[in-house]
Ligand binder design. Structure first.
Ligand code: ADP
Ligand code: ASP
Ligand code: MG
Length: 409
């Protein structure tokens, strides 16, 4: 079998943990597998690099930012290759550009275009363990790009697809995907099998156990993805207990299968905006041009020809978004622009919503009982999201988890 294994930040935080990873890789290889390993930077390292950039620049240039924040992975891949070699296992590490992992030029959220599978197959055929840096690639001009926070998951799935691997295993600090973030909701339960569709909604709503693009790719290329613990004994992991399989079928159709939260968004409100055709386009077109993703949008009913428009963007992009808003408002006119970073988004996800009415209202009633005020709402076929005060997020997640019967049975 050809196996792609990805290990996240906590799993490679320090040489002792890297030795644990090497041991797992050795065991997989011992079973006769060809193994490709994708690694993140050590826990906290990417945050440290991001902070350094912020210390010297308010709005860092994209190219230099990626050049900097991609460096953490270079350290861990070389350390793992060295550790494997010292155990007598042939291993070689590669940066993104060394396996020609080509992306577009959208710095800090680049999309993968292609990977040279031949380079990797050639090494594997020599019986070498191939260790590849997650999170990074190169654009057509040879600039280093990164795939967005949590992007090593996407590297792993893309490489599994390119190699037509038999398995793609994401090893992390939890033993699978839970009904809510176990750090926030102690009652959360492990989901043994989940559809791509639901996992994609959970991931894009903030469940950071998998990067949403990795799920998108897995669904497109039909790559079954296992999420498992990097710390549990190998035998307890995997098909016979432990772990979550992300695939195109689920065990049972749940009305709500999980709850996700996201603290990484900020809210922008443009107040007293003249309500005429074309105003929304003039506000949002320059944001799109600057490559800023807008998530939720709410427009209030017009009063005396004026309206309020509220939307969310990621916190990192807030300064840039505000600069653009002020420029546009100077041209089209509005009373004021307000920003609020102390918000959180909470989402409930489940395919069963397609056929069950009243899910959203049960969510709103639950939040009302907890005294949580809803600031914004958005829905899709299998998801309802609300924006609330960040301070009330944990309480909201726990209450919803209980209300939808997800707790321990
Ligand atoms: P890694 O460094 O291995 O990539 P991450 O920190 O990116 O790990 O993702 C794992 C974390 O995701 C867990 O520690 C957990 O707190 C968080 N998480 C959020 N939602 C969920 C969920 N529904 N199930 C499991 N973990 C979740
Ligand atoms: N090291 C990167 C990050 O912290 C990529 C990853 O961990 O997947 O975002
Ligand atoms: Mg991650």
């Amino acid at each position: 079998m050809l196996v792609v294994q990805k290990y996240g930040g906590t799993s490679v935080a320090g040489t002792e943990r890297i030795r644990n990873v090497a041991e797992r890789v050795r065991q997989s290889r011992h079973k006769g597998n060809k193994v490709v390993v994708i690694l993140s930077a050590m826990a906290g390292e990417t945050n440290r690099l991001v902070d350094l950039a912020k210390q010297v620049s308010k709005e860092p240039d994209g190219r230099e930012y990626d050049q900097l924040v991609s460096t953490g992975e270079q350290v861990t891949i070389a350390l793992l290759a060295l550790t494997l070699q010292s155990m007598g296992v042939p291993a070689r590490s590669f940066l993104g550009h060394q396996v020609r992992l080509l992306t577009d030029s959208s710095f800090s959220k680049a999309r993968i275009k292609s990977i040279d599978a031949e380079i990797i197959h050639k090494e594997l055929n020599k019986n070498t363990v191939v260790v590849i840096a997650g999170f990074q690639g190169t654009d057509p001009e040879g600039n280093i790009t990164t795939l967005g926070r949590g992007g090593s998951d996407t590297t792993a799935v893309a490489i599994a697809a390119a190699l037509k691997a038999d398995a793609c295993e994401i090893y992390t600090d939890v033993d699978g995907v839970y009904t809510a973030d176990p750090r926030v909701c102690p009652e959360a339960r492990l989901i043994p099998i989940i559809t791509y569709e639901e996992m994609l909604e959970l991931a894009s709503s903030g469940a950071k156990v998998l990067q949403s693009r990795s799920v998108e790719l897995a669904a497109n290329y039909r790559v079954p993805v296992w999420v498992k613990s990097a710390f549990l004994p190998v035998k307890k992991n995997g098909s016979k207990g432990g772990g979550t399989l992300v695939t195109n079928r689920a065990m049972e159709e749940m009305v709500v299968s999980g709850i996700a939260h996201d603290r990484n968004e900020a809210k922008v409100a443009v107040r007293g905006l003249a309500d005429r055709p074309g105003v929304a386009a003039r506000l949002f077109a320059p944001l799109a041009k600057a490559d800023i993703n807008v998530d939720m949008i709410v427009q209030n009913i017009s009063e005396d020809g004026y309206t309020d428009l509220t939307f969310t963007v990621s916190k990192i992009e807030l300064p840039k978004a505000l600069r653009i808003m002020h420029q546009q408002v100077r041209k089209i006119g509005a009373q004021k622009i307000e920003a609020d970073e102390k918000i959180a988004k909470v989402s409930i996800v489940g395919v069963g919503m397609k056929s069950h009415a009243g899910v959203a209202s049960r969510m709103f009633e639950t939040l009302a009982r907890e005294g949580v005020n809803i600031q914004m709402i958005s829905t899709s076929e299998i998801k309802v999201s609300v924006v609330i005060r960040e301070a009330e997020m944990e309480k909201a997640v726990r209450a919803l988890h209980k209300a939808f019967g997800l707790g321990k049975k």
